[in-house]
Design a protein around this ligand. Structure first.
Ligand code: HEC
Ligand code: HEC
Length: 198
């Protein structure tokens, strides 16, 4: 073997040994685990599994920690995060936040129109706060406020129900208060609107 090839082999060998000892890369964890349900770029194609692409990194990091501590209950996700370190969770959050999210196509435009009204104006009669106040005019949130634009309608509905019956906890309990008086048709409408929001 020529000297340069020997050096290259040594360097590569060292790098490989180094990475085996160090923490797993987010890409390798995604490939081995998350991809199955959330897709390799977080653009999940199943309505039960949330899209993670383009989601805010601080929000994702906090949710992974919430699953680990049980603040947010999900048997499936608790198992997924059980052995992840804080650094690995942060790296996974960053990875998914950098991917591009593709919105769904709202299948019921009339319902989506009702949802748009609730999103921007809330319901003053029953005290449902306008979603825009926190999630922003483009539904992108910021930091610990999640992006909800382009998310699967079915997942959004499930989360609103989980806030309603308090099976989903969060440190600030903000959403629980917001949805206290929301009606079933409003949940369906706003989820429909959000799923198609760019
Ligand atoms: C077997 C399927 C499955 C696998 C594998 C899986 N997840 Fe999940 N994930 C789910 C389900 C289901 C939910 C919704 C839980 C709920 O209803 O609250 C979820 C929710 C999440 C959320 C919350 C998103 C939000 O918008 O609040 C994050 C973050 C997440 N998963 C990250 C991951 C990561 C990172 C991995 C890989 C380490 C992973 N998941 C692997 C099924 C899975
Ligand atoms: C006062 C601020 C505020 C308002 C108003 C608000 N939200 Fe939220 N929302 C939050 C916060 C904070 C979270 C994250 C909670 C957590 O950490 O688990 C959240 C989370 C959510 C989630 C879960 C997203 C996910 O990926 O799991 C959905 C869905 C949601 N909000 C929908 C709505 C809708 C629909 C409205 C209007 C009817 C609304 N929100 C109004 C603050 C708000």
């Amino acid at each position: 073997m020529k000297a340069w090839a020997m050096t290259a082999a040594l360097v590569l060998g060292a790098a490989w040994a180094g990475s085996a000892a160090a923490e797993r890369s987010p890409q390798s964890i995604v490939r081995e685990r998350c991809q199955l349900c959330h897709g390799s770029t977080g653009q999940s194609s199943y309505p039960d599994y949330p899209k993670l692409a383009g989601q805010n990194a601080d929000y994702l990091t906090r949710q992974l920690a919430n699953f680990k501590t049980g603040v947010r209950t999900s048997a499936v996700m608790r198992e997924q995060v059980a052995d992840l370190t804080g650094d690995e969770m942060r790296a996974l959050a960053l990875y998914f936040s950098e991917q591009k999210l593709i919105p769904d196509v709202a299948f019921d435009p009339a319902l989506a129109e009702l949802g748009r009204d609730l999103y921007f104006n809330g319901n003053p009669d029953t005290g449902v706060t306008a979603c825009v106040a926190c999630h922003g005019p483009r539904g992108r949130g910021a930091m610990y406020l999640p992006r909800i634009a382009g998310q699967h309608a079915k997942y959004i509905e499930k989360q609103i129900h989980a806030f309603l019956d308090h099976s989903r906890g969060s440190p600030d309990m903000v959403m629980h208060k917001v949805v206290e008086n929301i009606s079933e048709p409003e949940i369906e409408a706003v989820a429909q609107f959000l799923s198609g929001m760019e």
